[in-house]
Design a protein around this ligand. Sequence first.
Ligand code: PGA
Length: 267
Amino acid sequence: MDDMTQKKKLIAGNWKMNGSLQANAALLQALRDGLGEAACTVAVAVPAPYLAQVQGLVAGSAVALAAQDVSQHESGAFTGEVSAAMLRDFGTRYVLVGHSERRQYHGETDAVVAAKAQRALAAGITPIVCVGETLAEREAGQTEAVVKRQLAAVVQANGQCVSEIVVAYEPVWAIGTGRTATPEQAQQVHAVLRAQLAAATARADRVPLLYGGSMNAANAAQLLAQPDIDGGLVGGASLKAADFLQIIAAAHAIQAQAATELGAEKA
Ligand code: PGA
């Protein structure tokens, strides 16, 4: 197998500010029961107070723990913030940085997002760097410029380490709206991001590029079949075990098919 085919699809759920002790236990139980031999990587990004609970609930399963945000600071007088070291204490493998809701409602700039990615990497946690344009930016023909600017800040701050990140392209107009980017629209942006990464690192092919924005059981297969779409960042549909499992199954099927085709080529 070459490097490309070894890369597993990654399906990450973003619970946002949802959940309760009881609901989390039920959701994780249903996920564990339904997962079986999923060939793809699965993660759930949970609200910070539930990290300890979910760490326990996913133990011994194929589900990885993710957080939704991390402080740009290492430690100290930053009331309300959660550091990368704290996330690591709970076995966190991934952390979202620069989600559009953080950029929009909490004023996170490209520089802050880049610093957060740096903190995560330094703590051994993989940052899932979210980029994406608003509807106004798309309509003004600025999509490419916006996502490139957002990713450039992270590349600049992290140098060669950028090969260790995950990037999620999430058009803001598609988040929580039921309006998904077409597979062609998403692939087009993913190809731009891949080329930008290739200019920064020789290992750009290994960086998982996720699509996010109203991904659901019905549209996942088509999106995940695109050559530069390596997985999904799933909000609403990750709160329903049946829907999330269907998205995982779609990723699994695409990956299994790719492995079969590669086997046939080599035979
Ligand atoms: P959505 O959210 O799937 O509900 O559109 C995706 C996200 O915000 O990560």
